[in-house]
Design a protein around this ligand. Structure first.
Ligand SMILES: [Zn+2]
Length: 320
């Protein structure tokens, strides 16, 4: 149970006078972004789940800490000390209720695959070598290989949720001529954050497309398992409610999707940097050093960036 009045009082000190609505949960304030007239209180803050939104200028976010960081930064530390650095998870926990049970394929850690004389195990080792995946990397990301069952001749990336319980896996075939490069469990992917167990929401995260990209992107990289981010997904909600800054590191061929993700996050007051992979490379083919260099160069995304990207597309004749 949270003390609405106490938090409301904190907010009035930070961003100015306001009022609690009759429902006892929503509070309204003068919008610190657009509000000039103090009588017009158009910024609504839901004190229980921390979402906030201005009806006039449409600024919004998913955590009070994020609101303070932007408009009353001198108060952020006090807020964190009193109420923690995580946003309230009410709008999240409802959905978490019953996690689906995931059935894992038969698999062995890469360290054991290495010791096996089985030809499939040898093929897996050769594949790892071809992708420049060291034992150290394999150990760090708990990679496995499968030499029996439905994921045979595949490298398996297991995923663990925030409590360290297995919640997903994806398995890449080591064979070139295969109809299905990746095998995944048939569960709702939007409720899955890949390896949340390794994720620190209080520092910048790197969003990448696939599991091999994750291996190159260093600490705090989360694969989207695709190239889009739904505003219905658990990953999206976690980012917004923690106001976690994001580096977007998708492959060069999905620029438009990158801009769309950036725009979505930006509209929820999330800081976004866009990493340019250069014209040749996919993230998964980069070395750590190359990735780090690109990451250092990544600049903060602004809505104008998307527009100029689209305009370049028009002038070069491609269809939007
Ligand atoms: Zn406003």
């Amino acid at each position: 149970v949270i003390d609405i009045n106490e938090r409301f009082a904190f907010l009035t000190k930070a961003i100015g006078p306001g009022a609690i609505a009759r429902d006892g949960v929503n509070a309204v304030f003068k919008c610190p972004n657009c509000g000039k007239d103090p009588k017009k209180m158009k910024l609504v803050v839901k004190i229980d789940d921390e979402r906030w939104h201005c009806w006039v200028c449409d600024v919004k976010g998913g955590s009070i800490r994020g609101l303070l960081r932007k408009y009353a930064p001198q108060t952020v530390n006090d807020w964190s000390r009193l109420y923690g650095t995580k946003g309230r998870s009410t709008f999240l926990d409802e959905t978490k209720a019953e996690a689906e049970k995931v059935e894992f394929p038969e698999m062995l850690p890469v360290s054991e695959i290495r010791l096996s004389k089985d030809p499939d195990a040898k093929a897996i080792c050769a594949y790892l070598k071809s992708r420049d995946i060291s034992d150290e990397l394999a150990y760090r990301y708990r990679l496995c290989g499968s030499i029996r069952g439905k994921a045979r001749r595949r490298v398996v990336f297991p995923s663990f949720d925030s409590e360290g319980l297995p919640n997903y896996w994806t398995a890449r075939s080591v064979d070139k001529n295969t109809t299905m490069r990746y095998l995944n469990p048939k569960i709702e992917r939007k409720d899955i954050i890949f390896n949340e167990v390794d994720t620190d929401w209080s520092s910048e995260i790197t969003l990448v497309e696939g599991p091999f990209d994750m291996l190159r992107a260093g600490d705090n990289a989360v694969p989207l398992l695709g190239s889009s981010l739904s505003n219905e997904s658990l990953l999206f909600r976690r980012i917004v409610e923690n106001a976690t800054p994001v580096v977007l590191a998708l492959d060069g061929d999905v620029k438009k999707k990158s801009h769309n993700i950036a725009r979505l996050l930006y509209s929820y007051d999330v800081e976004v940097r866009l990493l340019e992979t250069g014209n040749v490379k996919d993230v998964g083919d980069m070395t750590f050093e190359e990735f780090l260099t690109c990451k250092k160069r990544a600049t903060h995304w602004k809505p104008e960036d998307r527009l100029s990207f689209l305009i370049r597309g028009i002038s070069s004749g491609s269809i939007l």
